[in-house]
Design a protein around this ligand. Sequence first.
Ligand code: ADP
Ligand code: MG
Length: 299
Amino acid sequence: MGIGHWEETCQIILPTLQAHPTLQADPTLPTLQALPNSPQRPMPNAPCPMPHAQCPMHPAIECHNLKTAYSPSLQRPILNGISCQIHHGEFVALLGLNGAGKSTLLRSLIGLVPLEQGSIHINDIPMNPRTLTQIRRDIGMLFQGGGLIPQLPAIDNVLCGKLGIRTTWQTLFGFPKRDRRQALEILEQLGLRGQADQKTSLLSGGQQQRVAIARALIQSPQILLADEPITGLDVMACKQVMDTLFELHSQQGITIVTVLHDLGIAAEYAQRAIVLDNGRIVYDGHCENLQAQFSVIKN
Ligand SMILES: Nc1ncnc2c1ncn2[C@@H]1O[C@H](COP(=O)(O)OP(=O)(O)O)[C@@H](O)[C@H]1O
Ligand SMILES: [Mg+2]
């Protein structure tokens, strides 16, 4: 990318990024000490017979009693006592009716939600303002709607995933060549090599969603959180996106937590379902007979 092109790109990117929630510091994020009810965890230095990535004692994600502040409009906290453990390499579908708290729960896992109570550990690291940068390096997030910059070519959207870990100096004259090579490799892996230079707005919905996945993957996350990645896509695009997530899980061992609305798709791809209702987990288990779990919620 030439300097002129890059300046133009910056003018498009910067206002969007400044408004982007992940890049805004959250001064209300509580420190771990401020959170009551932290669970008893294994001693950090205790010998562990297994690599952490496989050890049930060291989950990829551990939430204990997460509670947000009371919301007057809902007459309850948005998250109201969420506890769960998600292990390395699991593929979890997060389900629930609109307003149940699914997006809020995903956002809390990257430190975007002020919590009144509870604790979060990611890869055994307690979330607090000091560890947040490190934690965000391990987690890729696909926001609802993709959050891509439509005017930019696909490859530049993918490169935006590097902005959090490159200094201004490193990107002043464009991204390093190795970043561009990596972006192209990821686009190729997701079947989008031919679309790398196309304006993102001209791509199909399914292709755009895969560009968003590529943007999350360029930071080499161990965990991928996806908020409604297939909402609004046609049947073929849904399959492509879900197959892509499944391959990341099965071939690269990436832990996937994805919000879905289609119970059939959840049962087809996920190993486990977590169902939220009114800010609480009402079901956590296998994906068989999910319809029955939902009839309980509706009644
Ligand atoms: N920042 C916020 N301020 C106030 N209410 C919010 C905020 N974010 C979400 N909510 C409310 O919390 C509830 C849960 O939202 P959300 O997590 O987006 O639900 P879901 O993703 O399950 O549809 C909704 O009723 C929503 O209106
Ligand atoms: Mg949502």
